[in-house]
Write a protein that binds this ligand. Structure first.
Ligand code: URA
Length: 272
């Protein structure tokens, strides 16, 4: 078996990396075995990619709805005996969405893609030019770096789910407007309720502030620790586009994703 340690984190302090790399590798393999078992696919990390098709129907036996707790927090809880909502249902709703003017300027809806049963969901800001052309999230330069991060975690893009706060490209890649976020976010909430991951990784300021309702709090203050998103672990970290401009911040992102790996493998003992 050939194991390639990705060069994503090679810029960090070399003396720390060898032990950390080994730990990460063990953690990644452990997680992949757990994931393969859950998805009933034979050890995908040992076999040919083409033979490992994941069931992509997005059908789960129950829906999850938001339930308010007495202490003011809320969790997504199982709602039995209702029609099962799939990601395809949500996509269909979105295709006829006229909630904001972005549908007029976009080329394609960028709904999101990946494993509908993913334990890990990455949420970015909004599609850029390349994503708009292809109708797929994170396929431009920042997307290539995100793919490297995922591979460095010992995963593949198909293992996780990748989406954005906005599903249509803001013209000229301008920042999302508050009114666009307000009308688009409910679709994201439905996606997360349907997938019900263990961990959400919020990429960058907009994703972190929107999901955590912490407008004005900088990503530097939010990243690096878990937050409670309706009972799901949420880790904010720097956006890959920021890493392209500031490669020195890769080390912090690597620390953040290692914490995520610990939750995925069941090793994380801390709270949210
Ligand atoms: N940046 C984002 O936030 N999302 C994408 O899909 C691509 C770049």
């Amino acid at each position: 078996m050939e194991i390639k340690l990705n060069n994503f984190f090679m810029e960090s302090n070399k003396s720390e990396t060898s032990r950390n790399d080994l730990l990460t590798l063990v953690r990644s393999l452990k997680y992949r075995i757990i994931l393969d078992r859950e998805l009933r696919r034979p050890n995908s990390w040992l076999t040919d990619k083409k033979n490992n098709s994941v069931n992509c129907t997005g059908v789960k036996p129950v829906n999850y709805v938001q339930k308010q707790l007495i202490d003011g927090k809320s969790v997504f809880t199982k709602e039995e005996n209702t029609k099962v909502i799939t990601l395809e249902d949500i996509r269909r709703d979105m295709e006829s969405c006229h909630r904001c003017p972005l549908e007029k300027t976009r080329q394609n809806l960028v709904f999101g893609e990946g494993n509908p049963f993913a334990d890990l969901v990455f949420v970015g800001e909004a599609p850029g030019a390349e994503e708009d052309l292809q109708g797929r999230p994170f396929v431009g330069r920042a997307g290539q770096l995100l793919t490297k991060i995922i591979v460095a975690m010992g995963l593949k893009r198909e293992d996780v789910y990748i989406c954005n706060i906005l599903k249509c490209r803001p013209p000229g890649n301008r920042n999302p407007l508050p009114e666009e976020i307000e009308v688009c976010e409910p679709y994201l909430v439905r996606q997360i309720q349907t997938i019900r991951p263990k961990v959400i990784c919020a990429l960058g300021t907009f994703a972190a502030q929107t999901l955590l309702k912490k407008k004005g709090i900088p990503i530097t203050a939010l990243r690096g620790q878990f937050h409670d998103y309706h009972g799901i672990y949420l880790m904010p970290t720097y956006h890959p586009a920021y890493l392209l401009r500031n490669p020195g911040a890769k080390k912090q992102v690597w620390e953040d994703v290692q914490k995520i790996m610990k939750v995925l493998t069941g090793e994380y003992q801390g709270g949210m």
